[in-house]
Design a protein around this ligand. Structure first.
Ligand SMILES: [Zn+2]
Length: 456
């Protein structure tokens, strides 16, 4: 009965509000009791899963999702009201419409402020424009920032998903911290001097604007799909294993995980692709929230990647360093094994094409009952602070890797990657002891990344 009431209510709302019609119905949270049959039935529906408990699964559902569930005979309960109080305490209720979180214009101003404040260390580049013609910015941080140097390169990405506001703040604050502490902190200075750190804090500006001003739960970009629906999920639009099945992404334009009409069909993902492809990055982190986990490829399959052990160890190390800061425990694991399957995501593409360690960090909180997408403003700095050591570690690791990629003597033939996968475990040192490494020479030579051929 309750589901019929919900549907009638939604239909009335949609008829009354042209704005809601644009939402494609993504406007309620429902819960479903988990049984083996239900799990099996849900797998092919491409629902926007918020959180799973032992016995229940929570979903953001639109009218078409509810109809699908109805047709499949799956019962659900409306849960939106349970989160209303939480939403009222959200940052929007505090200092300004989005509080201390950046809007698009605020971020633009702050990036250029960093550039003007640190002209020798920071440079802002425009790498493309969104559907709605907003500029996509990349902040470069390095000594001799206006020169292209043969240095280790790390890239940090934020906010593929519009409602994940904290994912803008962490990479932005990492950049700010590196710049503001360069002069006083010898460790920061050493890392910045030996590397180029590139930060794209806002991949999906149109979506963020929509999330701030119209609909807080908006996830996708703002492509007009031409059929009354809007948005492609940018993190299902990358070109590696794009659309390899309908479990990890959806071909339906109204879905929250709509992968788009073609790989890299979106100007936002095209900009990231073209930018990354023109450089030789050693590592990537892309920030999302929530769940408090560190994930690494593959996401499209439950099978391990050729560098599964390496990325496991790196994630484990990052998690340990992060927990030391505030005691926040980040789980870690292979994306396809520990999370729901995805295809067309950033890290599968980065790893699949370039073979470099690539991580998705799902920022806190751990679940929807502790805030979900609504981190408070007071959470911004602690979450940034606990993520900083992971980034510093990754920059240090990239510097180490880069030093290993110097041209080999012509008589040295690199070993195929598969040979080193047996040589486990590969352990990496914390940043303060990075000058020595336990990697054997054999593993070192085999890990020279440019020789790696991506699996198909
Ligand atoms: Zn996300």
């Amino acid at each position: 009965m309750i589901k019929r009431i919900v549907i009638v209510w939604l239909v009335i709302l949609m008829a009354a509000s042209p704005l809601l019609a644009q939402y494609s119905g993504e406007n309620d949270i429902i819960s479903i009791q988990k049984t083996p049959d239900v799990i099996k039935a849900l797998r092919g529906m491409n629902l926007d899963i918020l959180f799973e408990k032992k016995d229940e699964i929570y979903i953001v559902a639109g009218i078409r999702d509810l109809i699908k569930l109805e047709k499949a005979g799956i019962a659900y309960s409306l849960e939106t009201y349970r989160f209303a109080a939480q939403a009222a305490q959200s940052p929007a209720a505090q200092g300004g419409i989005n509080g201390d979180y950046h809007s698009y214009l605020e971020l633009e101003q702050d990036l250029f402020l960093l550039e003007s404040s640190f002209p020798e260390l920071a440079k802002v580049e425009t790498i493309g424009t969104s559907h709605e013609q907003r500029r996509l910015y990349a902040l470069k941080i390095s000594d001799h920032v206006h020169q292209e140097e043969n240095e280790a390169k790390v890239i940090l990405l934020g906010c593929h998903h519009a409602r994940e506001w904290i994912s803008v703040e962490v990479p932005y604050l990492v950049g700010k911290h590196l710049l503001e502490n360069y002069a006083s902190d010898s460790e920061i200075r050493s890392l910045v001097n030996q590397s180029e750190v590139w930060i794209i804090p806002l991949v999906n500006p149109d979506g963020l604007v929509y999330s701030i001003y119209y609909y807080r739960y908006w996830r996708k970009n703002r492509r007009n799909n031409g059929d009354g629906t809007y948005g492609v999920d940018p993190n299902r639009n990358y070109g590696y294993k794009w659309g390899c099945d309908d479990i990890g992404s959806s071909p339906d334009s109204y879905s929250s995980v709509y992968r788009g009409p073609a790989p890299f069909s979106e100007p936002e993902t095209q900009a990231v692709r073209d930018f990354i492809s023109g450089k030789n990055f050693q590592a990537l982190i892309t920030y999302h929230n929530y769940s408090q986990v560190i994930l690494y490829p593959w996401g499209y399959t439950e099978d391990p990647s050729p560098l599964d052990e390496l990325m496991h160890d790196m994630a484990e190390h990052m998690a340990a360093k992060m927990e030391e800061v505030n005691g926040t425990a980040y789980e870690f694991g292979r994306a396809g094994d520990s999370f729901y399957l995805t295809n067309g995501d950033t890290t599968d593409w980065m790893f699949g094409v370039f073979g470099v360690p690539s991580f998705t960090i799902e920022l806190p909180p751990v679940d929807i009952f502790t805030g979900g997408f609504y981190n408070s403003e007071e959470d911004i700095m602690p979450i940034f602070q606990e993520n900083l050591p992971a980034v510093l570690y990754l920059i240090d690791w990239a510097i180490e890797q880069h030093s290993l990629t110097a041209p080999s003597p012509p008589h040295v033939k690199p070993e195929p990657l598969r040979n080193i996968i047996r040589g486990r475990p590969i352990r990496y040192h914390p940043i303060e002891s990075c000058l020595c490494t336990r990697l054997t020479a054999r593993i070192r030579s085999s890990l020279v990344l440019p020789h790696w051929n991506p699996l198909i």
